[in-house]
Design a protein around this ligand. Structure first.
Ligand code: PMV
Length: 329
């Protein structure tokens, strides 16, 4: 009753912000992401006789009760499906610096879905794994797959159609992402809380959901013809639209710091001077810069010379969740 899996983080080009159902964690709109090779989580799940409650060790340390409870709620779903009544020992390790403000819930729950279901004796298909991972974290449904991935909002009440699918594999188009870390301070408002607050108080929320339909179509097209200018322009537009939505909540949610804004200008200046690069930003202050391989040196140089940047993580596109040997941990 033991399995180990690796899954990668992802970054959305068309963002997910808002839920149509909180209990099943169903998104209000679809989203499109790329899976990132350099950011991964390895997770081992072992269901054990005689264990009275689940145990969760992250990066070699026991985790706070709230984190273990979130893992237990997720394992309960697996226990329900598989019929096992056993508690589990979960050991997980991120290969990227913790406290860097990078979302780890996507790689965490995608890996936990695969390792946990296998350890419990279930042989779930990738769409089923995506549905399960979504219940842990919305973006985790996308991390089950590699490359370019689309999450569907779905229409069914039970959420069986709110799953991700791969648009194109990681080998399809060699895109690079340079992640500029601008702060190590953990964010104050988590994504679930932030989404709920935005849905409840922003006058723009309905329009955000409505307008996502054409953003998704345009992004699918840009990917299908490998049009970087279109993909980049649309990523910036959708990212700024999400942050405008967050700002329009009451009180407004501000995830940026002053460095974030300076880097937005830096990326646009790079473009004005002939280096094709585009930014996207999630619910935090880090700036992710997209470009093709030939522009990596120029982008890296500009970021390295900027006093706004603490560190840079460089990555290409990565694959989907896979089972790995126990020794990978
Ligand atoms: O999956 P969650 O609940 O961590 O939400 C992710 C939200 C964003 O990162 C801001 C956008 C996205 O689509 O990943």
């Amino acid at each position: 009753m033991k399995a180990t899996a690796r899954a990668h983080a992802n970054i959305a080009l068309i963002k997910y912000w808002g839920k149509r159902d909180r209990k099943l964690n169903l998104p209000a709109a679809g989203s499109i992401s790329i899976t990132l090779e350099a950011l991964s989580t390895v997770t081992r799940v072992e269901f054990l006789q005689g264990l009275k409650k689940d145990r969760f060790i992250l990066n070699g340390e026991s985790t706070p009760v709230t984190q273990t409870e979130r893992v237990t709620r997720f394992l309960d779903l697996i226990r329900e499906q598989s019929g096992t009544g056993l508690c589990a020992q979960v050991t997980s390790k991120n290969n990227f610096p913790t406290g860097a403000g990078l979302a780890s819930s996507a790689s965490a729950f995608a890996g936990l879905a695969l390792a946990g279901s296998r350890a419990a004796g279930l042989a779930l298909s990738f769409p089923q794994l995506s549905e399960l991972a979504r219940k842990g974290s919305g973006s985790a449904a996308r991390s089950v797959f590699g490359g370019f991935v689309e999450m569907q909002a779905g229409v069914r009440k039970d959420g069986t159609d709110a799953i991700a699918r791969q648009i194109a594999p990681e080998t399809y188009w060699d895109l690079r992402v340079l992640i500029a870390i601008t702060s190590d301070t953990p964010k104050k408002t988590g994504s679930t809380e932030g989404m709920l607050h935005t849905e409840k108080t922003s006058p723009y929320f309905r329009e955000w959901v409505r307008s996502s339909v054409s953003d998704l179509k345009e992004m699918q097209k840009a990917i299908s013809i490998k049009d970087l200018s279109k993909l980049g322009e649309l990523s910036e537009y959708n990212c700024l639209k999400m942050h405008a939505l967050m700002l329009s909540a009451r009180p407004g949610l501000i995830y940026w710091n002053e460095n974030t804004l300076a880097l937005i200008h830096l990326v646009r200046e790079l473009r004005n001077t002939g280096t094709e690069a585009y930014f996207t930003i999630d619910a935090g202050p880090q700036v992710k810069v997209l470009c093709e391989p030939e522009n990596v040196p120029a982008v890296k140089n500009a970021l390295e010379n900027s006093r706004q940047v603490l560190r840079i993580i460089e990555t290409g596109l990565g694959g989907g969740a896979v089972l790995v040997k126990d020794t990978a941990l």
